[in-house]
Design a protein around this ligand. Structure first.
Ligand code: PHE
Length: 458
């Protein structure tokens, strides 16, 4: 029996609109800012390999499962889980999965917006020509000046949050589709250009080897690689579920998931190939942390032909990519307020926006006055400040946990007749997905969790 339900928030105009919006959610700071710096911190090679495995064996099956749950439920993740649990005659505490996602999205956006603020400020820094002919030291001190000044960071964080709230208040479907259609290919093109520059540095091979030649890795780094697979594909917190709920019934979910995962992974690998050669060409260390792209790419912009224009365009597109991701981070919460509290979208967006902005202050201060206010959690992290802690807890614990429960619900608790009907794909693909999501994915997530806390050794 098909569910006769339809989302009250409207629907995408078709398959392409969904793929674009979900790609907009997936491609963001995670690909261009986070992937290179965490790969750099964990020695490249093996880390990148583990990440790629996680995308293929964990990410894609969970993405299919998450979109499927969303489309079947046709509501915000909390209400979708309530509806599906009752449809499948399961315990009603499955709504907690929806809540876990809302909290994760709120926590992530609070720091995501601060970093997006850095990208915003770099549009103007690059535009002013201050990087022309700059040395690694010069670029480094420009970055340190920015992050050590809480007022500046606060201003940019505020601007970015307002931008996000405006779009969410208007409804995510207006304009997103058209904008993503031409901005994504442009971002792609610019990354290729920067990779082209990286090839002229004489250190391309070194950067390439750093990314792809396996070395040593420990359990915690494996958890970080897996957490990043969830983060970069926007999985485990309901963003992809809520986008799935706006998906018309006629669309193939499996093909869409492959397309999104491929686009997302390509952007991340290109970002790495653009950045690491610049790192080595300038005698920098790859483990600089969250400032990595801001301390390397400007060197390229300062030296390449037309660098100012290319640099400005690059940061504009990076802000845009962050924007389309940020929107999806609070959409589950806003959709819930509209459904359950009868609020208008505008009201709901302002509410959530203000709360997120407030929490973001903690991350603003993490790069200056609270930088050294750190603590440690045995096995998991050492000397983490507010920002580090939020980042670790959301990406490496909450998202994989959310994903694990999504896999369990979709492949163990949902009747096969329901998932088969919703996915409506070739029998072989269905079987493959079902097998992976039932056995491989949950076991892999559990093993990674256990190895991170030292229970097993990989
Ligand atoms: N996928 C986004 C990125 O890579 C971040 C994100 C995570 C967005 C979770 C939505 C949900 O930047």
């Amino acid at each position: 029996m098909t569910t006769p339900r339809k989302s009250i928030h409207g629907q995408w105009s078709g398959r392409m609109a969904f793929i674009l919006a979900a790609t907009g959610s997936a491609v963001g700071l995670g690909n261009i800012w986070k992937f290179p710096y965490i790969a750099g911190e964990h020695g490249g090679g093996t880390f990148v390999l583990v990440y790629l495995f996680c995308i293929a064996l964990i990410g894609v099956p969970i993405m299919i499962a998450e979109v499927m749950l969303g489309r079947r439920g046709q509501q915000s993740p909390v209400n979708t889980m309530e509806y599906l649990a009752s449809e499948e005659k399961r315990n009603e505490s499955w709504v907690l999965l929806g809540w876990l996602g809302i909290v994760a999205g709120f926590l992530i956006l609070s720091y995501y917006s601060v970093i997006a603020g850095w990208a915003l400020s770099y549009v103007f820094r690059t535009g002013s020509g201050m990087f022309l002919g700059a040395t690694a030291d010069g670029v480094n001190s420009i970055f340190n000046n920015l992050v050590s000044d809480p007022e500046h960071l606060l201003a940019w964080h505020t601007i970015f949050m307002v931008m996000t709230m405006v779009v969410v208040a208007r409804g995510v479907k207006n304009g997103l589709e058209k904008a993503v259609t031409f901005l994504m290919p442009m971002l792609f093109g610019l990354l290729l250009l920067i990779v082209g520059y990286a090839m002229t540095t004489g250190h391309f091979q070194e950067g390439f080897d750093f990314m792809f030649i396996p070395g040593k890795i420990d359990g915690n780094a494996i958890l970080i690689a897996m957490g990043h697979a969830f983060f970069t594909l926007s999985l485990g917190m309901g963003a992809i579920m809520v986008y799935g709920s706006y998906l018309p019934k006629s669309t193939s979910i499996t093909q869409a998931a492959f397309a999104i995962a491929i686009a997302d992974t390509t952007v991340a690998l290109l970002a790495g190939l653009a950045i690491f050669p610049i790192v080595f060409a300038n005698g920098l260390e790859p483990d600089k942390g969250p400032g990595l792209i801001f301390q390397t790419l400007p060197i390229a912009f300062g030296h390449m032909e037309g660098g100012t224009l290319i640099g400005v365009s690059f940061f504009v597109l990076l802000v845009f990519a962050a924007w389309t991701s940020a929107i999806s981070l609070i959409e589950p919460a806003v959709a819930w307020l509209v459904e359950n509290r009868n609020m208008s979208r505008i009201y709901a967006s302002v509410w959530i926006g203000v709360l997120t902005w407030l929490l973001g202050l903690g991350s603003v201060f993490s790069f200056n006055i609270w930088k050294d206010n750190t603590w440690s959690l045995p096995y998991l992290f050492k000397d983490a400040n507010f920002f580090d802690t939020l980042d670790y807890l959301t990406a490496n614990i909450m998202l994989p946990l959310g994903g694990l429960f999504i896999a369990i619900f979709a492949a163990w608790l949902m009747r096969e007749s329901s998932s088969r009907e919703e996915l409506a794909t070739w029998p072989l693909i269905y079987r493959g997905w079902h097998f992976l999501t039932r056995y491989v994915t949950p076991v892999a997530v559990l093993i990674v969790f256990l190895s991170a806390i030292g229970v097993i050794k990989l």
